[in-house]
Design a protein around this ligand. Structure first.
Ligand code: ADP
Ligand code: GN1
Ligand code: MG
Length: 356
């Protein structure tokens, strides 16, 4: 559906138009011509209930704003600000069933699609740790589950097997090797679930989508400014946030690099993240969370690869693609990274032990 963005923005009392911005796989993001606002069309295929999503975001950002105010920090830069429609609603629902929202644009920041220097990842890790700390006392029961079982790897595995069985695109026969890579690792799927069940890993309020391009970094100082993309803030495990950051940030190549010889897990980047995150969070982490931190990188990379492969087999209905076999390239990339992480697990454990 092609929208007239000037008309959409007018609903929020904003004049002018907007152009495409950013690199997300899910929503359509635009920057207004005056450079003051971010407009987003939320992917209604992924987020079925706009009220659930926006109520979570409003509640979490309000909580953060109040904490930041108390600390004398810059709450307009360090948390997202939702702009209401002229009718006073936090989103605009179109007749076609799409929904749009507007945020204040946080200027003089940069997002990275890859770690280019360990310092960047160290600063991002501190920002994600800081985010965790800031929402630690937010009541989890006030949050809606915007995507059910988002990081329940066991459920993801069952969904994957269904995709293979249904084989909607007819592509399953071409990716038998990749399917085997997944089924050989079924035993990974329940490790964190079990630890949550036996309470050695506590349920916290987590971000759940902590890739590097979901934290805005200051253009001048390089420090983390604001954690964004709050659509999946839900009860979860800290291991999901660490694992997903490590998945994206330790990769020596981009997430969709098709030349697999470039893909590996950088232990230097792993250390930069671990140092930054644990400097902020180690005092509140349980023994099991610390023990499973290296494994969380493998688990989240495995889970994401499995989701990319399932989407390839489903016929590319979930993640935005910009070339044929894009999801397959992404899946192969993630599996190469999983394999490399498996080889490096002992070194990763040694690194974590340095910062406990
Ligand atoms: P997606 O869910 O599709 O990943 P995001 O909310 O992460 O969408 O937005 C996509 C990109 O837009 C981000 O990576 C970031 O570069 C930019 N962006 C989003 N919100 C803001 C904001 N409030 N200020 C500045 N940049 C933003
Ligand atoms: C999606 O929205 P974005 O691009 O930040 C996805 C994540 C995946 C990620 C892989 C809601 O994140 O779960 O890990 O792509 N978000 C959703 O890059 O599914
Ligand atoms: Mg994003």
């Amino acid at each position: 559906m092609n929208y007239n963005l000037t008309e959409v923005l007018a609903r929020f009392g904003i004049s002018g138009s907007a152009s495409r911005y950013g690199n997300g796989h899910i929503n359509d993001t635009y920057l207004t011509d005056d450079g003051k606002y971010i407009l987003q069309r939320i992917n209604a295929n992924v987020f079925k209930n706009p009220d659930d999503v926006m109520n979570n975001i409003l509640a979490v950002t309000k909580h953060m704003r109040e904490s930041l105010k108390k600390l004398g920090r810059d709450y307009e830069r360090e948390t997202m600000t939702v702009i209401n429609t002229v009718g006073g609603k936090p989103y605009y629902l179109t007749e076609e069933g799409d929904f749009f929202r507007v945020y204040l644009f946080i200027s003089d920041t940069i997002t990275y699609q890859m770690v280019e220097d360990p310092e960047i990842f160290y600063n991002a890790a501190k920002a994600f740790g800081d985010f965790q700390k800031m929402i630690a006392d937010f009541p989890a029961d006030k949050l809606n589950e915007t995507i059910k079982d988002f990081h329940n790897t066991k459920v993801r595995y069952e969904n994957f097997k269904n995709s293979v069985a249904q084989n909607k695109s007819g592509r399953a026969e071409e990716v038998e090797e990749e399917i085997k890579f997944v089924t050989d690792r079924e035993h990974y799927c329940d490790v964190v679930n079990q630890a949550i069940k036996d309470k050695t890993v506590p349920l916290r309020v987590t971000h759940n989508d902590t890739k590097l391009n979901n934290v805005l970094m200051d253009k001048e100082t390089g420090k983390g400014v604001c954690v964004i993309d709050l659509d999946t803030v839900m009860p979860g495990s800290l291991l999901y946030d660490c694992g997903d950051s490590l998945r994206f940030g330790t990769n020596t190549a981009k997430e969709d690099e098709a030349d697999l010889s470039k893909v590996s897990c950088s232990l230097e980047y792993f250390e930069a993240f671990t140092k930054g995150f644990m400097e902020v969070m180690s005092d509140t982490m349980t023994e099991k969370e610390i023990e499973l931190l290296p494994f969380s990188a493998i688990l989240m990379t495995f889970e994401c690869g499995m989701r990319f492969l399932a989407d390839h087999i489903d016929g590319d209905t979930y993640f935005r693609i910009s070339r044929p076999n894009h999801n397959l390239d992404r899946a192969r990339n993630q599996f190469k990274l999983v394999y490399d992480m498996e080889q490096k697990l002992p070194q990763m454990k040694e690194i974590v032990n340095k910062y406990r």
